[in-house]
Design a protein around this ligand. Structure first.
Ligand code: UDP
Ligand code: MG
Length: 329
């Protein structure tokens, strides 16, 4: 299978027939094998039944995954990816705010050698104050923190070569951070402007509150992408700075005592320095515990700490076993 189009669906009954027509219109002229994996995220309208009908009527292209309750867009996407089998995975929304007509262009870019083609709603058709503006700020922040510069993390329409998204579990609102993960395994990323339309049917499921969740998720993402193999650098680094700081305060107190005769114990600085020292020391210890966990994580699952794009010239030997070459210090 060349392509899987994964679509999360929550209360989109009016949009489903339109989505089907739009996908058929765009995909039929292309000479590739494709499937659309539509995931019903516990809708309360007729969406689930409509998806089931589609999958039964057009079994060669349409599949339905019906979740037991509403888990949220990220989980619905994760379920869709797990049930899909295309070499390339394209994610998009069910409400036709994303335009399936962009799919052929994105596929072309993938064929040119990009691993991630990220849609950017250059002319976004959502409410400015509650959606477009917060999203602009969030995108700037995410780009700055993660070092992966994209204008539009929130745009669902993105294409991925499967190998750069496998092995990544999605939690919280994390689907928007897939490009960051892909970047951390060495994916080549391209951003392309895509069309965006106002919602015609149904209601938008989110408002301003999502921005806060995104900012919190960003902490996790930054930590996991930068320090998940070496947490002691973060915890230990913080710890060392604090211990050093407490040393400096002590030094200051000692100098004051020696040259001006100011008693050390009576100064609030002394207690402060003790506290900072304990905090710093604790942080280093936490880093050590985190290091233990990293080893448990990688070694219990035989997960290497690196990702290989391709190996050359190994054919004469036995199959190379990744697990035996895992980085075990
Ligand atoms: N969605 C979902 N589960 C939810 C909320 C939304 O599967 O709990 C789906 C929804 O049906 C749509 C996509 O996620 O296909 C994006 O939702 P929406 O259009 O409301 O978000 P926006 O475009 O406003 O960011
Ligand atoms: Mg939408």
């Amino acid at each position: 299978m060349d392509l899987s189009i994964v679509v999360p669906v929550y209360n989109e009954e009016e949009n489903i027939p339109l989505l089907h027509d739009a996908l058929i219109a765009v995909m039929t002229p292309l000479s590739i094998t494709w499937e659309a994996v539509l995931v019903d995220d516990g809708s309360r309208d007729q969406s689930a039944r409509l998806l089931e009908d589609l999958a039964q009527k057009y079994p060669e292209h349409f599949r339905a995954v019906l979740l037991r309750r509403n888990f949220g867009q990220t989980d619905a996407i994760a379920a869709g990816i797990d049930h899909s089998c295309g070499d390339v995975v394209i994610l998009m929304d069910a409400d036709l705010q994303n335009d399936p007509q962009d799919i052929p262009m994105m596929l072309e870019k993938i064929n040119e050698g990009y691993d991630v083609v990220s849609g950017w709603r250059a002319r976004r058709k959502d409410d400015f104050l509650t959606r477009t503006l917060p999203s602009k700020l969030a995108n700037g922040l995410i780009s700055w923190v993660t070092g992966v510069h994209l204008h539009d993390y929130g745009c669902t329409l993105k294409a991925y070569r499967r190998e750069v998204i496998t092995g990544y579990r999605l939690y919280g609102e994390m689907h928007r951070f897939i490009p960051v993960y892909a970047n951390s395994v060495g994916a080549k990323i391209l951003e392309v402007p895509v069309h965006h339309h106002p919602r015609k049917f149904g209601k938008a499921k989110y408002g301003l509150e999502r921005t806060f969740k995104v900012v919190l998720d960003l902490f996790t993402v930054k930590f996991l992408s930068s320090y998940s193999n070496k947490p002691i650098y973060l915890f230990g680094g913080t710890g060392l700075v604090l211990v050093l700081l407490s040393g400096l305060v002590l030094l200051y107190l000692a100098i004051r005592r020696i040259f001006w005769g100011v008693p050390v114990l009576e100064s609030p600085f002394f207690q402060m320095s003790t506290m900072i020292f304990i905090l710093g020391f604790q942080s280093i210890l936490m880093g050590l515990i985190a290091e233990l966990q990293v080893r448990t994580y990688h070694e219990s699952q035989d997960k290497p700490t690196y990702t290989v794009r391709k190996t050359v010239g190994f054919s004469s030997r036995d199959v190379v076993d990744n697990s035996s070459t895992t980085n075990r210090e």
